[in-house]
Design a protein around this ligand. Sequence first.
Ligand SMILES: CC(=O)N[C@H]1[C@@H](OP(=O)(O)OP(=O)(O)OC[C@H]2O[C@@H](n3ccc(=O)[nH]c3=O)[C@H](O)[C@@H]2O)O[C@H](CO)[C@@H](O)[C@@H]1O[C@H](C)C(=O)N[C@@H](C)C(=O)N[C@H](CCC(=O)O)C(=O)O
Ligand SMILES: Nc1ncnc2c1ncn2[C@@H]1O[C@H](COP(=O)(O)OP(=O)(O)OP(=O)(O)O)[C@@H](O)[C@H]1O
Length: 566
Amino acid sequence: MTDSDATPDDVRLSVAEQDSVFRPAAVTGGALEDLAGVLQSAGYDPLVTPVGRASLQTRLTGAAMNPQAVGEGDLFVAVSGARFHGADFAAAAAEAGAAAVLTDAQGAVRVRENVGYRLPVIEVEAVREAAGPAAAFIYGNTSESGPALFGVTGTNGKTTTTYFLRSLLDELMRSCELTTGLIGTIEIRAGSETIPSQLTTPEAVQLHSLMALFRERHVGAAAMEVSSHAISYRRTAGLHYDVAGFTNLTQDHLDLHGSMEDYFRAKAELFTRSRTRTSVITVDDTWGHQMAHAATGRVVTLATSGQPTEVDWEVTEVAPEGLGHAFTLHHRHSGERIRTRTGLPGLFNVSNAALAAVMVLESEALRPRRDEVIHALESADPFTISVPGRMQVIATAPAAIVDFAHNPDAMIRTLEAAGQTRGEGRIILVVGAAGDRDRSKRPTMGAIAVRMADHVIISDDDPHSEDPARIRDEVMQGAREAVDSGRLSTDLEEVVPRADAIRRAVEVAGAQDTIILAGRGHEVHQDFDGAHHAIDDRVELRRALDEAGFEVLPVEDRTASEEDQS
Ligand SMILES: CC(=O)N[C@H]1[C@@H](OP(=O)(O)OP(=O)(O)OC[C@H]2O[C@@H](n3ccc(=O)[nH]c3=O)[C@H](O)[C@@H]2O)O[C@H](CO)[C@@H](O)[C@@H]1O[C@H](C)C(=O)N[C@@H](C)C(=O)N[C@H](CCC(=O)O)C(=O)O
Ligand SMILES: Nc1ncnc2c1ncn2[C@@H]1O[C@H](COP(=O)(O)OP(=O)(O)OP(=O)(O)O)[C@@H](O)[C@H]1O
């Protein structure tokens, strides 16, 4: 990374543009008849309606879910969604060169209505689930084909842990002249090439295409975020993880999952023998312990806080160092101790770094030598990279931090981290909540804000299709109730637009204070009912600090802790 703000999402790619970047140059593909055989063996019970016998030999050389992304020779995967049925777009897919359609019974009827008998159809009941093995067949992915895949799931810490993983893997791969891949909320990377992400975890057809692309680009290992949406929507079907890591589980996404138990069950699907060879589970809370019990296959446990009794790895001897911490990874069974560090603020980044390190140490695909890993940790300091919008330090006096905390637990952790280093200063927080997402967390976030910060400025996040004023009211209501019931003296105000809220935070700050802009991290647009308003918290904060005469850190590829030490 050459610039700590260099998130590539200033440029919005169309589905087709993004998809074309995912595609490998050469795909052998396979015949429609053989694909049906693969789906039959996998238990999907496919019903094939060819267009003449010869169509059974049609060679499929790609797969896409969106007609805009369909290329010549593709399997068009038409799923029934909450709003549309993909089969209603079969004509556009055929026009773009689709060679066959994978869909459900309803979709098969719609394909006939739309394009008659122009395209052969494979009908299955579970289309999203079958899309994974179908794309794996077309792109030649098997459990052994590589690259070694490291998946990270959990409510918070996925992006940071995958950045840490990639940074460590980069060092290890370099010695074998291989590169690394990254798939997540911010970007998708194959070696040094990068494109902005549209989803945290892309659709199965894209993921399988990416695996083939990774092999073409000599990617030996890849780190990817696995969202609970991806698991529920079957986006990871047909992928095989060498190691999957669990960070934590706290309230979020209850709009999709309904309850914490359902949310847990979705995540738990990743930690099963058929998907993952080794599961590394952080067991700092009861959900972690439950996950370790629910996981099947090889399970490795990691405790990063507290006094666990039965774990494989634990974090000990945590000591502040720069803005971050040094810590020891202790392997309980062998007694081995590995000392390392993270330069990112917040104890939760010790957890993220420890998880990344243990995932690599426990990898059966890579089987890295201990001395190699220790050398990489010492020489490259892989957990002191800048993760865009995650505890990103913009200035040190006042301490000014942009952080993606957008759910209750992340806010608590971020404000705790600020509390530990505040000294005599005050904490000034800009916070909001996103629209069209888990509404129940809004008053909770308001309450946390006023309990843990000294000056709270409520503003807009991404309202999406909701009325922004109503969202702010819900956050404000939780804040006011907490102020009243706790007799708190927190300063509380509402300021919009967000850029003004950021300027206000700087206006009330002194050099000894800490400013936290929560919720938007690396994002560079606010979505007001489809209208995109350009705003980057980091840019606004820098500008406001500069105008107020405060010194800001240079925008470059080093974290503030490195800056601190230089
Ligand atoms: C809530 C959710 O995840 N919805 C996903 C779901 O949408 P849906 O059921 O509404 O589908 P739909 O829009 O009815 O479309 C059905 C089919 O018709 C096709 N279609 C539709 C319209 C059209 O004009 N042309 C067309 O071909 C679509 O490509 C699709 O194949 O299926 C679609 C296709 O598979 C996904 O693109 C869509 O993700 C949307 C874009 C989304 O925003 N998802 C977010 C919430 C998400 O997945 N987030 C997680 C991270 C969450 C977090 O941790 O914060 C992620 O992994 O990114
Ligand atoms: N291990 C952790 N435990 C609790 N909070 C964390 C942890 N790691 C990061 N956070 C907080 O969560 C925010 C989001 O971090 P990160 O982007 O790494 O997580 P994520 O799981 O990828 O989130 P999302 O899926 O929403 O992008 C951070 O900005 C920080 O406030």
